[in-house]
Write a protein that binds this ligand. Sequence first.
Ligand code: PEP
Ligand code: MG
Length: 765
Amino acid sequence: MVTKSKNRDHLNLLCDIGDLAALLTASSNIRNFLQRTAVMVADHLSADVCSIYLFDRDARELVLAATVGLNPDAVGQIRMKPGEGLVGCTLVKQQPVCEGSASRNPQFKYFEGSGEDRFESFLSVRISKGAENIGVLVVQHEQRNYFDDVDVMALRAAASQLASAIENARLLMEMNPQGTSEIQNTSAASQLKFIRGESASGGYVRALSTIFNKRIDWLLSEPSEADAGYTLKHFHRAVQLTENQLQELQSRVAERLPESASLIFTAHFMILKDERFIHEITSHIEKGVTPPEAVRIVARHYISMFASSPYMYLREKVNDMEDLTGRILSNFRQLDIDAPAVCGGRVVIARELYPSDILKLASEDVAGIILVSGGVTSHVSILARSMHIPMVIADRPELLALPEATPMLMDADIGNIYVNPSDVVIQQFEERNQARTVTSLLADDMLPATQTQDGEPVHLMAIINLLGELELASRLKAEGVGLYRSEFPFLIRSNFPSEQEQYLIYRRIFDAMPDKPVTIRTLDIGGDKVLSYTDATAESNPELGLRSIRFSLKNPDVFEQQIKAVLRAGADAGALRIMFPMISSIDEFQEARHHVMRCLNELERIHAPHHPSPRIGVMIELPSVLEIMDELAAQADFFSIGTNDFVQYMLAVDRTNEKVAEYYQPSHPSVLRGLARITRAAAHQGKEVSICGEMAHELAYIPFLIGIGIRVLSIAPQFLPSVQKTICSLSLPVAEDYASRLLSASTLRTTRDIIENFTSQSVLV
Ligand code: PEP
Ligand code: MG
């Protein structure tokens, strides 16, 4: 029987929670948000206690995140497994728990020091989104039998209304590891010592850590006392300093990346020069708001404007705005102390990176990168390798909770990460690193031509992603460019490069490789290579979406501009080769080739100097081509197998998704047999076929590829010496025997055994 005098206010509870959620998105700090929610729920239900437990997905535990009525020191301390105590039961049963006398329930679990022994009435509901556990909302009261059915309904409704806001809060916490996420992650982070990740870009690094997203801390931070010391003059100086730093960064990017034409920071400059932006901040300051707070207020306003835009390119500006604001705010401090560059010299830990982020980080001379999502054949990884930034991918989100400036050691060659490495580990690695430097000097021994032990020539071509790699490719005696990933200039800019801009970029490639074959692959965007400035609607399955040649054929202007730029730039080239990516049918190939013919006619008509007879080739990346390979081989001039995508599509494994990395198996019998079949069909028609995916530099696969008849390999320049050495130590009969054993194996286990046996016994380097 419920006997109580209480002033319940269920309707207002829901309205107020709605307001709170809005408040959270606008400005509030996460801890405050949860705390204020607890206060509000307790208040409206006239409860003595309201607690919010969040479900820590990594530890699979509920953690007390906010409370009113229990000991505040218990926040972050009380943890329980699903099923443990009444709170844990709420999660497992997915039903509210309403107890008039909680201490009598055998499931009740008292947590020492929480102060909850006095509260007899207990009501809890699960907070969830779909099937996903978000947490548990609990109210308690001293009086027995205090809560009734209406309270249960109200608390349930409140929990469902809170779910999205709390989910957002959790996202923000994950982005802000310095903040409340310590509830979830710091205990796990403090136990981190050694992590085995996957190498995305090799190298050895010993440096302090920094979290990449931490710049958005400012978004969540409250005004501080120090803010009051700054004046309008400080604001103008901070803006000036920011502009100088960006100019410096921009010129560094221009040196390393001529193809970007330094457009990475355009948005930053535009905002910095935007009179309204400066004026709005100034007028807040003149009204008495402290300068840092004025910057935060106006920046938040811009961010919410950008974030709610229906246009992707405007939503992209949110990143720029956050980055810019973080820089301005840190430059207030820089008036007093000379703070170091944000990421320079550090091991950057990031949840997610865009290609342009890699370029920014490179321009700040980042020491290494740890990415907690992604795949080693993703384009961010490819770009990191091109920029020689060691990078490891490790699916360990608790890394994001590491304290700033934690000493780190990364052996990115094999993907090992040491947190707070011991002296012994450091010494071992320093010694190995010296040995590695000596090995890299062997690059000087590169021979101009490559052949097997028994004299069979194999041609080593370079893959070029960035123009800066051309120099190394020439130095390492690459026999030409086997693949120029022409999308990189498109990816790192904020709008489509014009035909003339593309012409200048391609000219540099032909000039660097006079009299050598150069293969330009036409635009291969989509999938994990998203152009921020095309307003393509987000695709739920981008790897199967409007990717690559499909995009080019749907955008003939963009396609033809590119082809004309290539034909003009290669006017004097010895062998100009144009290659279409992701061709799925003969019809598609013919349609793409038709555009080349149209461009040739047009250039002819206007008497523009151009290459008159490019070779036209196809990238083999889709299994659909296997069945039509004979007919396709009769029509195309040459082929290059893109094994990165061929494996992805053959096995239906997203190459960028670390969670399914174990399924990404180039040694799958179907992949190996597919490669052999393509090679045979091309050879039958007397057409060249090369390999240009990552398999081409993997020492375990090179003998197989030679064994099935591949005589051209396209590889990133840094791998040229090791690949040459492997081939020189190989004889054709050995390679052919190895290949035929692999081709007769029908299970993954057998192919793996054959590979392991071969590599452990052979003299491969
Ligand atoms: C491939 O798919 O193997 C390839 C070389 O193309 P990209 O990695 O650029 O998709
Ligand atoms: Mg590909």
